[in-house]
Design a protein around this ligand. Sequence first.
Ligand code: AMP
Length: 239
Amino acid sequence: MSSIASSMERGRAAESKIAPGPILLLGAPGVGKGTQAKELVKLWGIPQISTGDLLRANVEQGTPLGVLAKEIMTRGELVPDALVNDMVAARLLEPDTARGYMLDGYPRTLGQADWLDARLAAQPESLPVVAVSIQLNYNQLLRRITGRRICPVCQRIYNIYVNPPEREGVCDVDGTPLIQRADDTEEIFKERMRAYETLTAPVIEHYRALGRFAGVDGDRPIETIAAGIVTTVERLRKT
Ligand code: AMP
């Protein structure tokens, strides 16, 4: 968040006695989960664990998981729970998760949520999970998806409509030509939205019923959304 958070907001969060713990960043495809997670992990000093990024890394490296996931991801469908859960389990064993972590794009099904809940229940020292969803309407999401561009080197995320680079098509940080994700087309977006509405929306209801969920309005400047997420997580932690 260093680039965008006001020093006041940063100071307030730094003063907070509340440990970050496990945080779930939920929301439809293109809503800005990755952008927000990258800002918030800087603030809280906990890792961002994006299942989409982990799967894309497997695809790039041609691992057995990557070979299996590639086709599924290209169609905009979800990778089977067991594979994603195993991948998350391995990542959560790394020591940087001890103070907390921000899961970005996970859990995406009730099966994944049940698996995560059971895992956390088996770790009494862990804080309970809190879930925050960033919310935007369908047309805004479509614009975010089709306008998204990514730097393949530093992974910075741009949007040609709402957050363009200074020089068209080139990363501000390292000058690398920006790329578009293969699944960031209108056609695949529709499939990803179908998967979201049928499989992921119930995950939100699951955490809402537990009193561990809150939504934030995603139609605001990046820094305002980030500040809203900080306040929301702190509030959920106190309940
Ligand atoms: P994302 O980068 O979060 O938009 O994810 C890109 C794609 O990776 C999704 O459309 C799915 O095919 C796959 N994926 C990411 N996270 C998950 C998950 N938790 N469960 C199943 N599939 C996932």
